[in-house]
Design a protein around this ligand. Structure first.
Ligand SMILES: [Zn+2]
Length: 137
């Protein structure tokens, strides 16, 4: 698995934006992409879930593809996908693991069940999840 467990660097202002986005969407789940280069995040792409649900989110392939094009036009790559857990711990659900697109992309879960908000990064591979270190910079 190797580089799938390398540390990712997350600027504090992007972390703030991400948490704000997940709060704004309460009581529903939401999601977004974090992109950058060589494990350093430099952009946040807030997505809008196309279903309003407390335990699920859905974004169409079309929306994802459009966003991916924008990411590529900045010469960045998607490093992480974040989503919120409005009332649950920041632990991947079976559905989360099943629908995660690629092991190279970190899964970041923001839990809003208590204050302060907590989040955790994961690598998803072979139906398992592993802690992925994310350091605030
Ligand atoms: Zn989830």
């Amino acid at each position: 698995m190797g580089n799938h467990l390398e540390t990712i660097y997350l600027p504090a202002y992007i972390e703030k934006k991400m948490i704000q986005h997940t709060r704004e969407c309460l009581p529903y789940e939401t999601c977004g992409l974090l992109s950058g280069t060589t494990n350093h995040i430099s952009s946040i792409w807030e997505l809008e879930s196309e279903i309003k649900h407390r335990y699920r989110y859905f974004v169409s392939k079309e929306t994802v593809n459009k966003t991916m094009e924008a990411v590529q036009s900045r010469h960045e790559q998607v490093l992480a996908i974040y989503h919120s857990h409005p009332t649950a711990q920041p632990v991947p659900s079976k559905e989360d693991i099943l629908h995660h697109p690629e092991p190279q992309i970190c899964m970041l879960i923001v839990s809003l069940q208590a204050e302060p908000v907590i989040w955790q990064g994961y690598t998803i591979a072979d139906g398992q999840y592993y802690h992925r270190p994310i350091v605030l910079v």
